[in-house]
Design a binder for this molecule. Structure first.
Ligand code: DAK
Length: 258
């Protein structure tokens, strides 16, 4: 029997998704990205899940889009099928917190997938790169757009124009990753972080994700107004009452996610 390209584990109100193609480099085939999109769609619809960790194999988070499939594409077909747009958009549209736990290679679409997540934790052996230029193509899932925002223009240009990768420590230094941990501890640390996020009120977590996301899409004044309205709307939540009452009563809040 063919194994599932994405393995799903439940850890309380955190889900762990392991990219697990037969090739441990995890080329991002349509099958794998479809399975990831399906899993994230189910998580979005499941009130019991508050946060998700996406990880890969010991060798690779993902070594990029499937070069075998891409090598056969022509322009008409890529345009007509909106090549890989459809399934990738589902990842981008996910509304709950996503943590990428990156071990080994995160190249091309693999680096772009990590950047679509809200937080990137890297194992000390992780490498990040946008090697598309070596294949005669430009990055297609955010490398030229998210990487400059995450890593700054100069480093993003260097990576996209040369195709050379950076180390986990460089990713940490430039802000592409927020933590580097020993490879043996990667998934445990990512699950710990997800758990510390997931204990909070789900609608508040989703609103924070939306607001931080908006900061990349809008002017500062529009973003600040969006944030202020979300902040004010938060007083309609029962969890605002609970959070503040718990603080004043010196107890742990019991959020209702309402
Ligand atoms: N696709 C298909 N097969 C791959 C692959 C890939 N991305 N990466 C590796 N493989 C295959 C190799 O061909 C080899 O196959 P066999 O020869 O065994 O049949 C096997 O995996 C093992 O690979 P290597 O022998 O090369 O293994 P090494 O350990 O020596 O090297 C490596 C590992 C990761 C450094 C190397 O395999 C490598 O450089 N791989 C290619 C990395 C790459 O160029 N990635 C970028 C691809 S372009 C979009 C969404 C996404 C994208 C674009 C648009 N939209 C939403 C519009 C993304 C584009 C890309 O990612």
């Amino acid at each position: 029997m063919k194994r599932a390209p994405v393995l799903i584990e439940k850890h309380g109100n955190v889900t762990l998704l392991r990219l697990a193609s037969e090739n441990p480099l995890n080329p991002l085939t349509d099958e794998l990205v479809d399975a990831l999109g399906d899993a994230l769609g189910r998580i979005d619809a499941d009130d019991a899940v508050h946060a998700t960790v996406i990880t890969g194999s010991e060798k690779a988070f993902a070594a990029g889009a499937d070069i075998v499939a891409m090598s056969a594409l022509d322009y008409a077909e890529a345009f007509r099928r909106d090549y890989v747009g459809r399934n990738w958009d589902r990842i981008r549209a996910h509304r709950k917190p996503l943590i990428a736990a990156v071990q080994g290679y995160a190249l091309g679409g693999g680096c772009e997938l990590a950047m679509m997540c809200d937080i990137v934790i890297a194992a000390d052996d992780a490498t990040f790169g946008q090697p598309e230029v070596k294949l005669g193509i430009v990055p297609g899932a955010g490398g030229t757009q998210r990487l400059p925002r995450a890593a700054g223009k100069s480093l993003a240009m260097q990576m996209c124009l040369s195709g050379a990768s950076i180390s986990a420590q460089q990713a940490l230094a430039c802000g592409l990753a927020s933590r580097v941990v020993a490879r043996e501890r990667l998934v445990a640390e990512a699950l710990d972080m997800a758990g510390s996020i997931a204990r909070h009120s789900l609608p508040v977590l989703m609103a924070i994700k939306e607001a931080v996301g908006r900061s990349f899409e809008s002017s500062l004044s529009d973003g600040l107004l969006f944030e202020r309205r979300l902040f004010q709307a938060g007083f309609a939540l029962r969890d605002q009452k609970e959070g503040m009452a718990a603080f004043l009563q010196k107890r742990t809040p019991e959020f209702l996610n309402k």
